[in-house]
Write a protein that binds this ligand. Structure first.
Ligand SMILES: CC(C)(COP(=O)(O)OP(=O)(O)OC[C@H]1O[C@@H](n2cnc3c(N)ncnc32)[C@H](O)[C@@H]1OP(=O)(O)O)[C@@H](O)C(=O)NCCC(=O)NCCS
Length: 130
């Protein structure tokens, strides 16, 4: 499988229901919970891409463009956008969908950097040198 195919095949899509237990006093989704879900999707994407053990080392700016109201569905999509030696960057986008209308829009996006580690928790190359 070539590099582009690996990126395509590891694209990771997760749907969630925005139940009241994950909303705040504005009746919209709590930002910290969105970030937790994004980090998890980034982790799944990295792991499915490289089949290595990853930890999150940083996240770049996360843009909350639209509120995510209660009683909606969200889809999180993770895609590898950059591969370094031991690190890679995953872009995660969050779309909000109305349950009873054909309305879907992007609400949140951000990039997460993860590092592949060995059994001693030290960085390891994602792919061996050519
Ligand atoms: C991840 C960790 C092992 C990296 O160790 P380190 O000594 O900083 O590693 P290095 O300096 O050799 O850098 C390793 C890679 O990470 C990248 N990196 C390190 N810190 C980074 C940061 N803050 N942002 C982006 N990339 C970073 C380096 O650029 C390098 O990339 P490359 O190999 O692709 O060139 C260490 O920082 C760590 O254990 N952090 C805690 C991780 C954690 O607990 N996460 C939360 C739970 S998952």
């Amino acid at each position: 499988m070539n590099y582009e195919e690996k990126i395509q095949n590891s694209e990771t899509k997760v749907f969630k229901v925005v139940f009241p237990n994950i909303t705040n006093h504005h009746n919209t989704m709590f930002g910290g919970t969105v970030m937790e879900m994004m980090d998890e999707v980034a982790f799944m994407t990295a792991t499915r891409f490289a089949k290595k053990s990853f930890v999150t080392v940083s996240c770049d700016r996360i843009d909350f463009k639209k509120p995510i109201p209660a009683d909606t569905l969200i889809e999180l999509i993770g895609r590898v956008k950059y591969v370094g030696n031991s690190s890679l960057k995953v872009n995660v986008q969050v779309f909000v969908e109305q349950m009873y209308d054909e309305v879907r829009e992007r609400a949140v996006s951000g990039d997460f950097t993860l590092v592949a580690i060995d059994a001693y928790k030290k960085p390891v190359r994602i792919f061996p040198k050519d």
